[in-house]
Design a protein around this ligand. Sequence first.
Ligand SMILES: [Zn+2]
Length: 253
Amino acid sequence: MRILKVNILFISAIRYMKRLTIRFAGRLLLIQAFLFFSITVFSQDTLLNKHGLWVIRSVDVYKKTIATDPSKKMVSINSKIPNAILDLKYAGTDNFMHERLYPVIHTTYLRQAALNALDSVQSELRAKHLCIKIWDAYRPYSVTEKMWEPVKDDRYAADPKFGSGHNRGIAVDLTIVNLTTGKELDMGTGFDNFSDTAHHDFKFLSENILQNRTMLRTVMEKYGFKALETEWWHYYLPDTKKYELLDLGFDKL
Ligand SMILES: [Zn+2]
């Protein structure tokens, strides 16, 4: 009798273990399927490029980043500063590459935070009958890769190993126009002059030129931009890493 009882108990225990195993295996399968799905979707969003950088190429991923931080939104310069003068050099062939690197565009983009700061710059300049003239702002990462090839000097072009403030939507290349004469202020060199004459510490220039450069730098820094020492026309927001590198077409923004 006692042996029978032990046997029944033993059989019940085995049945219970079997049920547990089936239930567990089912759950394991579900977990595996979930992980596979998530990793596939996740890796498409976070795939690092050959330099180990995360470059956003998907509009959906970009939208997720701005949903959590609206200051990252890419906003058209025309919509916020309609009286800014735009001469977008890479949308034409008048640039150091001698080729059109952008599609035909009539505006360009900056992150909301950078654009707000630039709007303050423009307001201050307009009060003096001056105006900003923009040569470049947002630049897709793939264009930076293309520009690096002929230059390969990180004083004058962004190394794709790190990306550019332009790719992050927080850098702008600009000068100042006198609204009375309609002419650009004399800054000593034109845009994309890859020589030491374009450096901020190059002082063998007329007093007028040095004053013009100082005026641009002073007003840009007043509203939070930082100067690049090797290019008098390039300014960027300092909290660089907060803004992801983007490789989205202008029509996607
Ligand atoms: Zn620049």
